[in-house]
Design a protein around this ligand. Structure first.
Ligand code: B1M
Length: 236
């Protein structure tokens, strides 16, 4: 995508707008080291980690997604872009988690069975940690047993599920139905997210809420946990 010879380009000479644009190109081209360097440059320029994440990385991946959809990019190229994005996120993760926010509660989160997309889930995990939640990340491709076992073992306030495919999103209902069958559905707040979902779907499968993005996930989680604490205090 980029017309500039990457070897000749000194990223630090670019102004902020040019650098962000270059990062979109570098993400598109799967250039991991360039992404890492550019993330560090923006942080040195006092950019907030959240702005680096959303304006440079998430926006870059949005562009990749469009060309993937349109058949211009294919799986191998998108994998490289995803790896470059993850490298940038690795630098940002501790900074986002370091906010000193008071402890809010605990969340177990995982991508559902059949689905290996994890960038969005990882982003939600990072933002939740930054907001003061302890996060147990189950990774990708989780069968219902993984969720049930993790709920029993970690006793979280929230179960988060992620799905990026229209073919895998129905699996969220399998998990929620299993929770109902085991009589534990009401013990947890169930939040779901992923690009193909919407509020109507979340309601139809019996989740508590659909979260459009990581920021909404944090706000929704805080709201539901506060509500649960108030209910418990009222019942005591
Ligand atoms: Co895939 N892929 N992919 N892919 N991929 C999509 C999802 C797709 C929309 C691309 C397209 O056609 N436009 C399409 C799905 C079409 C559909 O189902 N309708 C698709 C396809 C078809 C496929 C394959 C089937 C391709 C193939 O093999 N032919 C295959 C399936 C593999 C599988 O899972 N079984 C596949 C594979 C891959 C890669 C491995 C190459 C790679 C994943 C790498 C990785 O994740 N480690 C990949 C990628 C990168 C994408 C796109 C381009 C980008 C996804 C992403 O990371 N977005 C994606 C296109 C798109 O979504 N526009 C696409 C950035 C991320 C920050 O956003 O994940 O939406 P997102 O997360 C957001 C919110 O959704 C929300 O918050 C996040 C942060 O703000 N959120 C939650 C997400 N999870 C949440 C959980 C919560 C709360 C909020 O819990 C509380």
């Amino acid at each position: 995508m980029s017309e500039v010879d990457e070897d000749d380009l000194d990223l630090s000479t670019l102004d902020d707008d040019e650098l962000v644009k270059q990062m979109h190109d570098d993400l598109y081209d799967g250039l991991k080291e360039e992404i890492e360097e550019a993330v560090n440059i923006l942080l040195e320029r006092s950019w907030a980690p959240y702005d680096v994440l959303t304006r440079a990385l998430v926006e870059g991946m949005r562009i990749v997604g469009i060309d993937f959809r349109d058949g211009i990019l294919f799986v191998p190229e998108v994998l490289l872009a995803a790896n470059a994005m993850k490298a940038g996120m690795t630098i940002l993760r501790p900074l986002l988690a370091e906010t000193g926010a008071p402890k809010q509660g605990k969340m177990v989160i995982g991508t559902v069975k059949g689905d290996i997309h994890d960038i969005g889930k990882n982003l939600v995990s990072m933002m939740m940690e930054g907001a003061g939640f302890d996060v147990v990340d189950l990774g990708i491709n989780n069968p219902v047993e993984n969720y049930l076992q993790a709920l029993e073992e970690h006793e979280p306030d929230i179960l988060g599920m992620s799905a990026l495919l229209t073919t895998t999103m129905p699996y969220m209902k399998v998990v929620i139905d299993a929770m109902k069958e085991n009589g534990i559905r009401e013990d947890y707040v169930v939040l779901v997210g992923g690009a193909p979902l919407n509020e109507a779907f979340a309601e139809a499968i019996g989740a508590d809420a659909y979260c459009r993005d990581a920021a909404v996930a944090v706000e929704t989680a805080k709201e539901y946990v506060a509500r649960r604490h108030n209910q418990r205090a009222g019942a005591a």
